[in-house]
Design a binder for this molecule. Structure first.
Ligand code: SAM
Ligand code: DTB
Ligand code: SF4
Length: 324
């Protein structure tokens, strides 16, 4: 028996149900995903978020995919100083001019210290003053830190589960999935909106992708935003030579996420630069409706903004330029 809310949003998916969806013939899977997508979203619009690294590299954690870990030989293993509040004001203005509705700030912390908190709260205030939604990702938070960020005007907190609970220990040794879930709990309790997803192509099996989706889709509230990153293999990291994910498996994962969490934004996040236009188009057909727009992600290049605009034009799609 399944429990359904009025809008038909379910939180009680079983793994067996999810794997049945994921294994549908491709055409049936996409058809179902599109039906779900059109219940809550227009199929011709994509939300644009701009991402900026406010504190790059030198991180104490050992996440195997990450260029910013001090424990790997990645390009940003040595840290650089935290950005100034003025730098952020300028970047937020540029993001607004470009049509972004949300400004996401990324910091390579295991957990912010009090001095970081002070500066991040001032950054949140200046970004809000420019009329943008604010999002932050800065590692683990205490309940009090989550409340402080909310009080400073933060709208969203990004904290990914990244892979299945079963695969997590192969990817990260310095914190656990339980730590990630605890932070998400604090963030939810503080009344912040949650951005939580994962990375595909880290050597995981389909069962892990199903398990990751299961964890996301059975949370007390679905994350309002679900980033699907494709691993960008960064030189010097332990995952540098992992074979890339099969393109159709990426599309299947997005379509399944769309069916399980029909009201959530699904963001085609890292890895778009390495995809051809046709694959991105399939991802949008499968229900992805958010992207990062701009030249850079955190430490690597993003897809070119001009080529993004050309692609949307060719697909008859447009960017959402206002808060819906
Ligand atoms: N330190 C914070 C944390 O771990 O939550 C915030 C920054 S961390 C870089 C944010 C997210 O970026 C990770 O959870 C992961 O999903 C994504 N990410 C990092 N490196 C990546 C890579 N090489 N390819 C794809 N996604 C990546
Ligand atoms: C997310 O899920 N993806 C973004 C954002 N949240 C912070 C980060 C992508 C990072 C890609 C690799 C890099 O630039 O180092
Ligand atoms: Fe640090 Fe976050 Fe990178 Fe892990 S993903 S090494 S916590 S910056």
């Amino acid at each position: 028996m399944s429990t359904e809310t009025e809008a038909g949003i379910r939180h009680d998916w079983s793994r067996a149900e999810i794997s049945k969806i994921m294994e549908l013939p491709f055409a049936d899977l996409l058809y179902r995903a599109q039906m779900g997508h059109r219940r809550f979203f227009r199929p011709d619009t994509v939300e644009a978020c701009v991402l900026l690294s406010i504190k790059t590299g030198g991180c104490t954690e050992d996440c195997a995919y990450c260029a910013q870990s001090a424990r790997h030989d990645g390009p940003a293993n040595r840290g650089s100083p935290m950005a100034s509040v003025e730098d952020i004001r300028q970047a937020a203005r540029e993001a607004k001019d470009r049509g972004a509705i949300r400004f996401c700030m990324g910091a390579a912390f295991r957990m912010p210290k009090p001095a970081h908190m002070d500066r991040m709260m001032r950054m949140i205030e200046v970004v809000r003053a420019e009329g943008l939604e604010t999002c932050l990702t800065a590692g683990m938070l205490t309940a009090e830190q989550a409340r402080m960020l909310k009080a400073a005007g933060l709208d969203w907190y990004n904290h990914n589960i990244d892979t299945s609970p079963e695969h997590y220990p192969q990817i990260v040794g310095t914190h656990t999935m339980t730590d990630r879930l605890r932070t998400l709990h604090h963030v939810r309790d503080a009344g912040l909106k949650i951005c939580c997803g994962g990375i595909l192509g880290m050597g995981e099996a389909r069962a892990d992708r199903i398990s990751m989706l299961h964890l996301l889709a059975t949370m007390p509230e679905h994350p309002q935003s679900v980033p699907v990153n494709v691993l960008v293999p960064m030189p010097g990291t332990p995952l540098e030579h992992v074979p890339p994910i099969d393109s159709f498996e990426l599309v299947r994962t997005i379509a399944t996420a769309r069916i399980l969490m029909p009201r959530s934004r699904i963001r085609l996040a890292a890895g778009r630069r390495e995809m051809c236009d046709e694959l991105q188009a399939l991802c949008f057909l499968a229900g992805a409706n958010s992207i990062f727009l701009g030249e850079r992600l955190l430490t690597c290049d993003n897809a070119e903004p001009d080529s993004d605009m050309r692609l949307f034009h060719r697909l008859g799609m447009r960017l959402e330029t206002h808060v819906p």
